[in-house]
Design a protein around this ligand. Structure first.
Ligand SMILES: Nc1nc2c(c(=O)[nH]1)N[C@H]1C(S)=C(S)[C@@H](COP(=O)(O)OP(=O)(O)OC[C@H]3O[C@@H](n4cnc5c(=O)[nH]c(N)nc54)[C@H](O)[C@@H]3O)O[C@H]1N2
Ligand SMILES: Nc1nc2c(c(=O)[nH]1)N[C@H]1C(S)=C(S)[C@@H](COP(=O)(O)OP(=O)(O)OC[C@H]3O[C@@H](n4cnc5c(=O)[nH]c(N)nc54)[C@H](O)[C@@H]3O)O[C@H]1N2
Ligand code: SF4
Ligand SMILES: [Mo]
Length: 722
């Protein structure tokens, strides 16, 4: 309240023609609180201020956040629908002309209808993303199943959160990315963080991490690279990429051997301990060290610190999840909390660093091939009935489960899928094995892309629909804690751009499905239907009204009704979501990465992020400051490895795998293992590292193994001595 007053006063005193709009960042799952500055004469966004009144990030923002506002009125915005009139130029930025919405809708309706008449309902597909609000993610699932009537819908969370989701579902029976609020983190005694480059990817968490150490607590980090987080760690477990499950099993072995376990908790609230105990017997420190490359001393020290800590939080991110055993890795690390009983109370628990702004909410409400709103299963007849009632269709009309994101590209290549509506994702940069994926996109008979900038994927489209940025619409997002928050509108859409929900409502009308959509006149209408559709599901948002979100600084799901304040801490009653109320301790045999180094490809290639860019880079590469700070990709190589290959800092080299090759500038750094190279993936066309990555999918989550494959490097030319 005081802060609000402060802002009002500042606003009135210093900036008579400015209004501050309370909202959150457009990018990562931290969803830092910010105020967008709007000029009340031009009604345009002109800047940003931090929000000290936001309890999760208290005034903090990273370089992406402070420049995010520059997206809205950027010169590269697509202002009108674009129609391709030269199909020979598919795969390039050229060959488009401006069109009206009516023209674009008519063409889409004609082409989509023709494809479905000739090849059946499922010849169409939807590929979406979770930078959208809950309401848009919800409506996209409904649009695919009701307006298009296709079973083929999936989304970019398959490349992001699906292994965390799979692991949590298996261990706890519920998938909420964090069992506790972020405001607990700095009060714990030990953080065990695996596969997260927190300082670059969730920078505004760092003050809480440091605070643990400043209070005398400990930080343990498992990462093949010495990231800024690892540099400050009490123990840095510098493992070989792809060996996390061995490390987790090795630590479990020691926790059991040294009796750090909580037998009471295990007996009352879990299943599977005995099998797991048996399985991890062989993971002695020596054996674990042999597989992971981490020294025996470090493994012992890490287990001791975690075991002794009164409260501890196990945290992880894509480093462990983007593997073809990502789900096992998640359950493996979750096991640590379960056998020690360090879960289901404040300051102790498990959390994944959810990636995208709405990476949590966007996976719960029906964009995934097998899910319906409220985390309902499309294969469960009761769940289907519940959703049909809200949607006004019969269960017979509900399409069945489709396939995962990468598998949709396989079906495009096979011509099973012939049409695509792509929104809020740029898979021509972000999907693995890009030579194949780009060819699959080219192979489509008809593709629609909705974006606000012309992305590398839009280059393959026949029609591009201009959507709005996050600041030109309103709705809710669920942050990495599981807290539902409100994004507010700061400016009217520029040009002819429209929010995705409106595009879907209008398109549904043209497709003859208006009665299921046309009563949705504004974002709030969509929100009301969305909350009803989640009611009774386990990701129940029904009680999370916009008013309550505003009053309470967000609402943690589940939140069932008006009275319910939401659920910041999960499992306080020690009730897990499996039918018997118990959590599952999983016995997980170690499997190596899908592709192990060999003589021809001796180096491990891993990929990830830098602080200045976001995902495929389609947004951040256009922001001058971010571009200047990191204009191009590079390959990180250890000095000893560079010496063997005769390579020097900043030299251009060839990096290749069984799937492709790229040329990168070398960054020599001791902050990486000698047997590993790292490339950030935020760049397009011939600079995309995903030309090299492997599409080995996790059997449960269908997550590709972005984090480990075998590679080789080569000098471009032999330097001559003059
Ligand atoms: N600056 C920035 N921030 C972002 C994003 C962004 O693009 N840029 N994206 C957001 C999104 S969507 C996501 S998903 C998150 C991702 O957040 P993170 O998962 O933290 O980011 P990554 O860089 O993908 O990988 C994390 C770390 O995993 C390590 N790693 C690689 N292989 C292994 C392995 O086998 N085992 C272990 N233990 N570690 C390994 C890498 O060295 C890296 O330091 O970030 C979010 N925040
Ligand atoms: N090698 C490698 N590959 C990876 C990863 C990795 O670590 N290594 N990480 C993976 C992960 S974790 C992720 S999350 C994916 C993400 O990969 P993508 O899904 O490609 O992510 P973005 O770059 O956010 O793409 C979003 C696109 O939609 C647009 N957009 C943003 N908001 C909206 C909106 O509201 N509506 C519409 N219509 N468009 C919008 C943006 O301009 C952008 O072009 O990449 C994955 N790929
Ligand atoms: S940490 Fe994430 S949410 Fe916060 S400002 Fe940076 S990108 Fe935005
Ligand atoms: Mo992600």
């Amino acid at each position: 309240m005081q802060r609000d007053k402060f802002y009002k006063e500042v606003e009135n005193l210093n900036h008579p023609n400015e209004q501050l709009i309370k909202t959150h960042c457009s990018y990562c799952g931290m969803q830092c609180g910010m105020n967008l500055r709007v000029n009340t004469i031009t009604n345009k966004i002109i800047g940003v201020e931090p929000r000290y009144d936001w309890p999760v990030t208290v005034g903090k923002m990273c370089p992406k956040g402070v420049t995010a506002y520059q997206q809205t009125n950027h010169k590269d915005r697509i202002l009108k629908p674009l129609i391709r009139d030269n199909s020979n130029l598919k795969g390039t930025k050229e060959g488009f002309r401006e069109a009206t919405w009516d023209e674009a809708y008519e063409l889409i309706t004609k082409k989509f209808s023709e494809l479905q008449e000739n090849y059946g309902k499922d010849s169409l597909s939807v590929f979406s993303g979770v930078s959208m609000t809950n309401e848009k993610c919800y409506l996209t699932g409904k649009f695919a199943r009701v307006a298009l009537g296709t079973k083929y819908i999936d989304y970019n969370g398959r490349f992001c959160m699906s292994s965390a989701a799979g692991g949590f579902l298996r261990s706890f029976g519920v998938d909420r990315g964090s069992t506790l609020p972020w405001t607990d983190i700095h009060e714990t005694d030990c953080l065990f963080i695996a596969g997260s480059n927190t300082a670059e990817c969730h920078p505004t968490s760092m003050f809480r991490v440091w605070s643990v150490q400043e209070r005398g607590g400990y930080l343990i980090v498992a990462d093949p690279r010495e990231t800024p987080l690892a540099r400050r760690a009490d123990v840095h477990l510098d493992l070989k990429p792809g060996t996390d499950l061995a490390l987790a099993n090795g630590i479990l072995h020691l926790l059991i051997e040294n009796n750090y376990i909580d037998e009471g908790f295990i007996n009352k609230h879990t299943n599977g301990f005995e099998e797991t105990k048996e399985l991890v017997k062989e993971f002695t420190p020596a054996y674990t060290s042999e597989i992971t490359g981490v020294s025996i001393e470090k493994i012992i020290r890490a287990a001791d610190i975690y075991g002794k800590a009164p409260n501890a939080i196990v945290m992880f991110a894509r480093g462990i999840e983007q593997q073809h055993k990502g789900v096992d890795n998640v359950s493996g690390y979750v096991n640590m909390a379960l056998i020690t009983g360090k879960i289901g109370r404040p300051k102790a628990g498990v959390a994944t660093f959810t990636g995208q702004g709405n990476g949590q909410g966007g996976r719960e409400h029906g964009q995934k091939s097998d899910l319906l709103p409220g985390y309902r299963k499309i294969t469960n007849p009761k769940h289907v009935e519940e959703v049909c009632e809200v949607w006004g269709i019969t269960p017979e009309e509900m399409p069945g489960p489709g396939v995962s994101a990468y598998e949709m590209f396989e079906l495009m290549e096979e011509k099973v899928i012939r049409g695509l509506y792509l929104l809020c994702s740029n898979p021509a940069v972000s999907a693995p094995n890009l030579n194949f994926v780009r060819s699959a996109l080219k192979n489509l008979d008809f593709m629609v892309c909705s974006d606000f900038y012309l992305s590398e994927s839009a280059e393959f489209a026949d029609v591009i629909l201009p959507s709005v940025t996050w600041s030109e619409d309103e709705g809710t997002v669920t942050n990495l804690e599981g807290r539902i928050i409100k994004i507010n509108k700061a400016q009217e859409p520029i040009g002819d751009s429209k929010p995705d929900w409106l595009i879907q409502v209008e398109l549904a009308e043209k497709l003859g499905k208006g009665k299921y959509f046309s009563y949705l006149k504004n974002a709030r209408d969509v929100a009301d239907e969305f909350r009803r559709a989640t009611k009774g599901g386990y990701a129940d948002y029904y009680g999370a009204t916009w008013d309550k979100i505003d009053k309470q600084d967000g609402v943690f799901w589940p939140c069932k009704d008006e009275q319910d304040k939401g659920t910041p801490h999960m499992f306080l009653d020690k009730k897990f979501y499996h039918p018997d109320g118990k959590a599952k301790i999983c016995a997980l045999p170690y499997r190596p990465p899908a592709e192990e180094p060999c003589q021809e490809y001796p180096l491990r290639l891993t990929t990830g992020r830098v602080v200045y860019h976001y995902l495929s880079g389609n947004q951040t590469r256009r922001i001058p400051f971010l571009h200047d700070m990191c204009p191009e990709p590079y390959v990180e190589i250890h000095p000893k490895t560079a010496q063997i290959y005769g390579i020097v800092h900043e030299e251009m080299i060839r990096l290749y795998t069984r799937r492709g090759e790229c040329q990168y500038k070398v960054k020599i750094t001791e902050a990486i293992r000698e047997d590993t190279v790292f490339v950030p993936y935020h760049f397009g066309h011939e600079e995309s590292i995903n030309l090299l990555t492997i599409a080995a999918l996790d059997p449960i989550s269908r997550m590709p193994e972005f984090k480990a494959c075998a590679s080789q490097i080569e000098k471009l030319e032999v330097r001559t001595v003059d």
